[in-house]
Design a protein around this ligand. Structure first.
Ligand SMILES: N[C@@H](CCC(=O)N[C@@H](CS)C(=O)NCC(=O)O)C(=O)O
Length: 297
């Protein structure tokens, strides 16, 4: 079990790389003696991952939304990964982010670091905890999305009807489970926004405040002020918008019809300056363009 071996030897090491730049590197004990993957000297951050969305996609969105200039290095071959793993991946896994003279692994540690770096972790300990709760709920769902490419019809020729049928059935089963789970999670996330609407949303027109328990009309409020946690943008908003986008790409927009507040939030995050640039740049995204679902508003 390589993970156990790595754990026994990992230590906090200060490594001088070839550019004589100090890297705070939580790596392997003997890593000072061998060449490591070095961060780009042209960009603030360098992200290493396989060619795909997977565990790196939230990080890409966090980098973009917080306007960090970053580049990506794709680990495309097993040999490359194995070499990296033995040299500078403390737990033998990607993603790895090099930023601020640090090497950070574990996707959620990276996401939270980027949140803190841009003061998006919540304005109080209570808000930070709420953000973390939402992030964890989202992360329970992400593996289902990660599995989609492997569950889909994967290029089997049409003459291979038996295999095609297996693939179609497998995808249909996965898709149906995904929808079920989405209706649960999506509705819970929508409910959080709905709760925040009368608390933080500015009323567009003067009128009597809704009494407790009465139905809230989305059209009466300015969604510009409504967020998942508190009354300003947090990383919970970015992860939620990312989740909605990825879900819609896999399953279509139909399931979003009953979740207008989530759609509005996705649009809001989509429009952040960093995201606007990132999301229109295919070489950054490495996957299809995300779909905006704002036309359902
Ligand atoms: N808890 C880790 C999990 C990372 C992970 O599972 N990485 C996979 C790719 S998605 C990996 O590097 N697998 C290679 C291997 O384990 O050999 C995180 O969130 O970063």
């Amino acid at each position: 079990m390589p993970g156990i071996y790595l754990f026994t030897v990992f230590t906090v090491t200060y490594v001088k790389n070839h550019h004589h730049q100090s890297l705070i590197h939580m790596g392997l004990a003997n890593s000072t003696s061998i060449a490591l993957e070095e961060p780009s000297d042209k960009h603030t951050a360098t992200l290493y991952y396989f060619s795909g969305r997977g565990k790196a996609d939230q990080i890409r969105w966090m980098l973009a939304a917080t306007e960090v200039d970053f580049t990506q290095k794709i680990v495309g071959h097993r040999d490359h990964f194995v070499t990296m793993s033995s040299r500078q991946l403390p737990f033998g896994q990607l993603p790895l982010l090099q930023i601020d003279s640090m090497e950070i692994v574990q996707s959620q540690a990276i996401v939270r670091y980027l949140a803190k770096r841009s003061h998006l972790e919540g304005k109080s300990i209570e808000h930070t905890t709420k953000c973390d709760m939402i992030a964890e709920a989202i992360n329970d769902f992400i593996p289902l999305l990660c599995q989609c490419p492997f569950r889909k019809y994967n290029g089997t020729t049409l003459t291979d009807v038996g295999q095609l049928n297996i693939n179609v059935k497998e995808w249909e089963a996965h898709h149906s489970m995904l929808l079920d789970k989405w209706f649960f999670l999506g509705n819970r996330l929508e409910a959080i926004l709905k709760t925040n609407l009368p608390l933080y949303g500015k009323k567009k027109q003067q009128g009597p405040s809704p009494s407790v328990g009465s139905a809230v009309s989305v059209e009466d409020y300015d969604m510009g002020d409504v967020f998942m946690v508190g009354r300003s943008l947090t990383y919970a908003d970015i992860l939620t918008a990312h989740l909605v986008t990825w879900f819609v790409e896999e399953c279509g927009t139909e399931a979003m019809r009953s979740m207008p507040l989530l759609v509005a939030l996705q649009h809001k995050v989509f429009s952040l300056p960093g995201d606007s640039i990132y999301l229109t740049c295919p070489s950054q995204l490495l996957t299809n363009h995300p779909v905006s679902v704002t036309n359902f508003l």
